[in-house]
Design a protein around this ligand. Structure first.
Ligand SMILES: Nc1ncnc2c1ncn2[C@@H]1O[C@H](COP(=O)(O)OP(=O)(O)OP(=O)(O)O)[C@@H](O)[C@H]1O
Ligand SMILES: O=C(O)C1=C[C@@H](O)[C@@H](O)[C@H](O)C1
Ligand SMILES: [Mg+2]
Length: 172
């Protein structure tokens, strides 16, 4: 079985959708952010603050490759920035993976992220207006990398079940 990779901007629903998909198809889910945190015994916020973003990106790449080298079936939820650094976007095209971009609009992302930004260092200190501006620019810059995924699923106005259903249809 191919490894399933979910990717997309912070708040697009990677972790939420992956957990539900994991239950439905009985394939374990590994969240790359959590995998990194366990490995270095530090949360992402602290890694950014104490070691800097470049250190985090190197670690993220190494951990992504480590997960891709697992032999058992797995669903991998990437970090929001994973496809945009190192050669990670190329890895999304591998034959032994099935990669899905969860595509959310700026408004969807702003409304989801404004409720929960404290653990997301890139946006933690922004108010709602600054955040909308930041996400609009950032999403534009990152779209090229996200669009390297093999499949794209639009998540706006979709329930968790509907999005999981669309991914199941891709897998069928
Ligand atoms: N239809 C939906 N599908 C997915 N998530 C939803 C939906 N509606 C609301 N949410 C909420 O959106 C929030 C963001 O989702 P989640 O944490 O899964 O995103 P993420 O892509 O894993 O973000 P990050 O990259 O920061 O880890 C969660 O609080 C989740 O409950
Ligand atoms: O979009 C990003 O660059 C990030 C998203 C999160 O998943 C974490 O990986 C980290 O906060 C960076
Ligand atoms: Mg997540």
């Amino acid at each position: 079985m191919k490894k399933i990779i979910l990717l997309g901007y912070m708040g697009c629903g990677k972790s939420t959708i992956a957990k539900e998909l994991s239950k439905k198809i009985a394939v374990p889910f590994i969240d790359l952010d959590e995998f990194i945190e366990k490995k270095v015994k530090m949360d992402i916020k602290t890694i950014f603050a104490e070691k800097g973003e470049i250190h985090f990106r190197k670690l993220e790449h190494e951990c992504f490759v480590e997960l891709l080298n697992l032999t058992e079936p797995v669903i991998i939820g990437l970090g929001g920035g994973t496809p945009c650094y190192a050669n990670n976007h190329e890895l999304l095209k591998r034959e032994d993976v099935l990669s899905v971009y969860l595509k959310a609009s700026i408004d969807t992302l702003v409304s989801r992220l404004s409720l929960n930004k404290s653990n997301r260092p890139l946006i933690a200190n922004k108010n709602d207006v600054e955040m909308k501006e930041f996400i609009a620019t950032h999403l534009f810059e990152r779209s090229y990398y996200y669009n390297q995924a093999q499949y794209s699923v639009a998540v706006d106005e979709q329930t968790i079940e509907q999005t999981v259903g669309e991914i199941l249809a891709i897998l069928a």
